[in-house]
Design a protein around this ligand. Structure first.
Ligand code: PLP
Length: 425
């Protein structure tokens, strides 16, 4: 391989698009992705020798920052004891107990290996328990790449402009009913038209079309409709769980789902997912009940150790207050800068998750995101990158802060943003 060959070109020869997950390929912003050698705190060390202030946060898990000592130590200790046993461990009980203590709607939990597995499994439980097949999902919400969910999915799929995917049989998505996010009457109409809806799946705070909060009454309305129609309400908190609050989005919003899915933070940066909720539903999962779901590496000792360390660290600190302050400072700095330059900017935020939209009004749905100035996002992204600030490479992704993002980093980001939105000289 000649030294001039870019890493992307080399990667493209052996992996589709050169990556192992589409958004990493920079198709949403153009140009070549930064290849990362290592990360520490809130910084990425790139293969090109540059150091970047990181707002990707691994797409959510690194709430403590990269390489957090409690996680590194826990994984190191677990590694010495063994990496997979195919037998139950006390650590799995303890992680489940930690989660159940934090999230009141959880009575039982099953650990899996990714958010995708969690949502696929939760859908199976909802279908198995109700004996119905159809379910509702919202445009712009992403629930992993399971066939049934891969229709009008946000982020990666939205960036690529493929609302669905070849290879997903029409028959599989026939049972997937779509509604615009934040549109309760559309859901009510679906329930009118179909009496066999097993579940409603929703990101309670949507994080895969930038960040879009629920309108007042939206989640309450979904709860009511599900209760009236005997459908299972599933909150996909893969992104928001233990991220926006200790008890997740449901704690902040005060709406109780029947099932919840998790991932990201609960694995401390190692591969994990989980689903859980009402005991009468979870008791139907094998081997307690007939609904089959299994995994060779489920409850993996390394991932569980990392997750327990992450949750224990979060539990023992005022982490969420610190993250709220950092998120607030960043949001107001960016807004102020945009205002000074007369650039329409909408920053939507929940704690340490931020959506940046170059738009005038509130962004409440995927249609609003599509209508925002995505070309400007692209330009600003690249100017920031040149300045050593790495945003997620798509206007459909959320920025993640960590406890490692201090006032100095926030200030630096706002200053760089100010240069990036300034008219070109
Ligand atoms: N659900 C939500 C809300 C997500 O944000 C994601 C991933 O970003 C998933 C599910 C899928 O999780 P994973 O990528 O771990 O399969």
């Amino acid at each position: 391989m000649s030294p001039e060959t870019s890493l992307l070109k080399r990667a493209e020869r052996v992996m589709p698009g050169g990556v192992n997950s589409p958004v990493r390929a920079f198709r949403g912003v153009g140009g070549e992705p930064v290849f990362v050698r290592a990360a520490e705190g809130c910084y990425l060390q790139a293969e090109d020798g540059r150091r970047y202030l990181d707002f990707i946060g691994g797409y959510g898990p690194h709430i403590l920052g990269h390489g957090a000592e409690p996680i590194a130590q826990a994984v190191h200790d677990a590694l010495r004891r063994g990496t997979a046993f195919g037998a139950p461990t006390i650590a799995e009980i303890e992680l489940a107990e930690q989660m159940i203590a934090a999230v009141p709607s959880l009575e039982m939990v099953r650990l899996v290996n990714s958010g995708t597995e969690a949502t696929m499994s939760a859908l199976r439980v909802a279908r198995g328990a109700t004996g119905r097949s159809k379910f509702v999902k919202f445009e712009g919400c992403y629930h992993g790449h399971g066939d049934a969910f891969l229709i009008a999915a946000g982020s990666g799929a939205a960036t690529l402009g493929v609302p669905s995917s070849p290879g997903v049989p029409a028959a599989v998505v026939e049972d997937t009913l779509l509604a615009p996010f934040n549109d309760l009457s559309a859901v009510a109409m679906l329930f009118e038209a179909h009496d066999d809806i097993a579940a409603v799946f929703v990101e309670p705070i949507a994080g895969n079309m930038g960040l879009v909060p629920p309108r007042e009454g939206f989640l309450e309305g979904l709860r009511r409709l599900c209760d009236e129609r005997g459908a299972v309400l599933v909150f996909d908190e893969v992104m928001t769980g233990f991220r926006v609050a200790w008890g997740g989005a449901q704690e902040i919003l005060g709406v109780t789902p029947d099932l919840t899915t998790f991932g990201k933070v609960i694995g401390g940066g190692l591969p994990i997912g989980a689903y859980g909720g009402r005991r009468d539903l979870m008791s139907q999962v094998a081997p307690a009940g007939p609904i089959y779901q299994a995994g060779t590496l489920s409850g993996n000792p390394l991932a569980v150790a990392a997750g327990r360390a992450a949750l224990s660290t979060l539990a023992g600190t005022d982490a969420y207050e610190i993250l709220e302050a950092a998120g607030g400072a960043l949001a107001s700095g960016l807004r102020e800068s945009a205002r000074r330059h007369g650039v329409p900017l909408r920053v939507q935020r929940q704690g340490s998750m931020l959506g940046l939209f170059f738009a005038e009004g509130p962004v409440e749905s995927i249609a609003d995101v599509d209508a925002s100035d995505r070309d400007r996002f692209q330009r600003v992204f690249h100017r920031l990158l040149a300045d050593g600030i790495h945003l997620p490479p798509s206007p459909y992704e959320t920025l993640f802060l960590s406890l490692a993002h201090g006032p100095e980093e926030i200030e630096r980001t706002v200053e760089a943003f100010d240069r990036a939105v300034a008219p070109e000289a």
